[in-house]
Design a protein around this ligand. Structure first.
Ligand code: URA
Length: 246
């Protein structure tokens, strides 16, 4: 191994837990552990690749983020949505059917700005949903997140299904603060799903320590952060690239 190779190998060993989580298609974590899922789907790889490309212009970047969000929300809602049974007449007979329960809308929490884009297509996957915005801004020196907008309800009712969208899980500061706000309002951690485009080991480690039982659905897990707290190789600033402010 040359020096660079040796360093990579060391960082791989340090992140051994991450490698398990990164195994595509394998759900890692039990009942009392956080579970990270990277759906092994070619479309997910495709949209992540478009996002990564520094030459994807903002409209292309935004639609790739929205498509990725739609696929991740589909995966995240697989064993989570509440249904009601019924019967309908088809042109040829009577069928037992199951509909999404309209009385139990999923509570969607986008973290501004880029979370808005990740949930842009949520309504095409979740027939019943309500959106509660959370805005965080990151101090570029300390990398600390502070909240500037909170549209969460005072209390979440028992059994509420909550979907939190934050495209980049880097240091974990923002998503941890967001989840703390949500849990303060009576949410059940096992009914929360986080969707993200790219995650890095520091955020996943923090989430797994603080929120056993949480489930995270992510397009890709990357190796590390740079000194500015950006994911490497990542995709850059998801908010700036979505809204053309880079
Ligand atoms: N936020 C981003 O938009 N990109 C990163 O890489 C990290 C945080």
């Amino acid at each position: 191994l040359n020096e660079r190779g040796a360093q990579r190998s060391l960082s791989k060993r340090k992140n051994a837990w991450r490698c398990a989580a990164a195994t595509e298609g394998k759900q890692v974590g039990g009942k009392n552990q956080m579970l990270v899922y990277v759906p092994p789907h070619p479309l997910i790889k495709h949209w992540v690749s478009i996002l990564r490309n520094e030459f994807s212009p903002p409209p292309m970047f935004r639609s790739a983020m929205a498509e990725l969000g739609r696929l991740l929300i589909y995966e995240a809602s697989r064993d989570w949505l509440l249904t009601v049974n019924g019967e309908v007449n088809t042109p040829c007979g009577v069928a037992e059917v199951e509909f999404i329960d309209p009385r139990e809308p999923v509570k969607v929490v986008p973290i501004l700005r880029a979370g808005l884009v990740l949930i842009e297509q949520a309504a095409s996957v979740l027939p019943a949903n309500q959106t509660f915005h959370l805005g965080f801004v990151r101090n570029e020196e300390t990398l600390e997140a502070s909240m500037y907008l909170n549209k969460l309800p005072e209390k979440f009712e028992e059994g509420a299904r909550i979907l939190v969208a934050d495209p980049m899980l880097a240091t974990g500061g923002t998503i941890v603060s967001a989840l703390e706000e949500i849990l303060k309002r009576g949410a059940d951690i096992s009914l929360i799903r986080v969707v993200a485009a790219v995650a890095a080991p520091p955020a996943l480690k923090l989430l797994s320590e603080k929120f056993p039982g949480l489930r995270v659905y992510v397009g890709m897990i990357d190796e590390e952060l740079n000194e500015k707290g950006y994911i490497v190789p990542g995709l850059g600033d998801a908010g700036d690239r979505s809204f053309g402010t880079a």
